[in-house]
Design a protein around this ligand. Structure first.
Ligand code: GLN
Length: 236
């Protein structure tokens, strides 16, 4: 929009929720960066786009924004689930994760299983697989877990550090980043193997875009660029 030099440029509008390091987060200079952002930028270039434009919002607003045409693609560490597949189409998977339980390092509470979360307050981000998992387990096993939903994982982690909640459930690589970022304050007490796979999401039926993205993504994943990217964000 606005014309000028941007006219006729092919722009891929990417929706994300930048509270999920190292996949998407806000750098010190205020820009949105991360593994997903860099990857979707490479994919877009390869798929013939001149540039990407990033729109940020809460995680649970991403699918509605995609459906309403406000964004073309979601790049947000989003797990491919059967439920979401009813509303969006996913690319091939590009990452796999489990769920981790984060607790305060200075407390004695070290839950090794979800059962041990009984009687405690656990923070999750609204609309995530962690929220789904906990809600399901509470129902199935009749556990007495107080699930506290936040609009962003950053807020959940802040409440955990402040002692307002007892644990946070979040995807393993993100838990590891928070653990590193808040060294001496947070620790992962358990990993629950969920074997979730991340994909980028496009509007349901947008096969043209999906095919382009899949082809580009596959090419990149089979190139040395992939290893460089992985090393950059996950290397020690
Ligand atoms: N992978 C999780 C999900 O898809 C969490 C994603 C996120 O919080 N950005 O629900």
């Amino acid at each position: 929009a606005g014309g000028g030099g941007g006219e006729g440029k092919k722009i891929l509008v990417v929706g994300t929720s930048p509270d999920f390091p190292p996949f998407e987060y806000i750098a010190k200079n205020g820009s949105v960066v991360g593994f997903d952002i860099e990857l979707i930028r490479l994919v877009a270039k390869k798929a013939g786009y001149d540039d990407i434009e990033i729109r940020t919002m809460d995680f649970d607003a991403l699918i509605p924004a995609l459906e309403q045409g406000q964004i073309d693609v979601i790049a947000a560490g989003m797990t491919i689930t059967e439920e979401r597949k009813q509303r969006v189409d996913f690319t091939i998977p590009y990452w796999q994760v489990d769920q981790a339980i984060l607790v305060r390092a200075d407390s004695e509470f070290r839950p090794k299983s979800v059962e041990e979360l009984s009687g405690k307050t656990v923070g999750v981000q609204t609309g995530t697989t962690a929220a789904d998992y906990l809600n399901k387990i509470v129902e199935e096993k009749g556990l007495n877990i107080n699930i506290k939903e936040y609009s962003s994982y950053v807020l959940a982690v802040n409440d955990l550090i402040a002692g307002r909640i007892d644990a946070v459930m979040v995807d393993t690589p993100v838990a590891k980043m928070f653990e590193k970022q808040y060294k001496d304050k947070l620790v992962i007490s358990a990993v629950i193997e969920t074997g979730e796979k991340y994909g980028f999401a496009v509007r349901k039926g947008n096969t043209e875009l999906l095919d382009k993205l899949n082809k580009a993504l596959e090419d990149i994943m089979n190139s040395p660029t992939w290893d460089e990217l992985v090393q950059k964000y996950f290397g020690s």
